[in-house]
Design a protein around this ligand. Structure first.
Ligand code: ZN
Length: 108
């Protein structure tokens, strides 16, 4: 099992391949990263692993009926918008028609 750790002080991140029972061992020692040639000594915390992030994304997909509704609303608005757009373009066509009609009158 790979565990990710991060130093609170210098943001140094590292991975340790440990048994689950050993996962708190790296947090017992201060950060050994050299900052200005001195050991950082910052507090080590367990970082969120890529696997945990993957889980939260999966949970996010499972949960969100609200988000789904929002997407549906967007789609709904999108269709309304496109209808309006087609109406607008129809109006523009009519304007162009009347313009060309006027031009035809001038031509006569
Ligand atoms: Zn550090």
């Amino acid at each position: 099992m790979i565990y990710d750790y991060r130093c609170k002080k210098c943001d140094n991140e590292f991975e340790e391949w440990l048994r689950m029972s050993e996962r708190e061992e790296p947090m017992k020692n201060p950060c050994a990263e050299l900052v200005d040639d001195e050991p950082c000594g910052g507090e080590i915390v367990q970082a969120v692993s890529a696997m945990a992030i993957g889980d939260s994304i999966r949970l996010g997909i499972k949960k969100p009926s609200g988000e789904f509704n929002a997407v549906m609303e967007k789609i709904h608005h999108g269709t309304v918008g496109s209808k309006l757009d087609s109406k607008m373009s129809q109006n523009q066509d009519r304007k162009q028609d009347t313009l060309s009609d006027r031009l035809k009158k001038y031509e006569k």
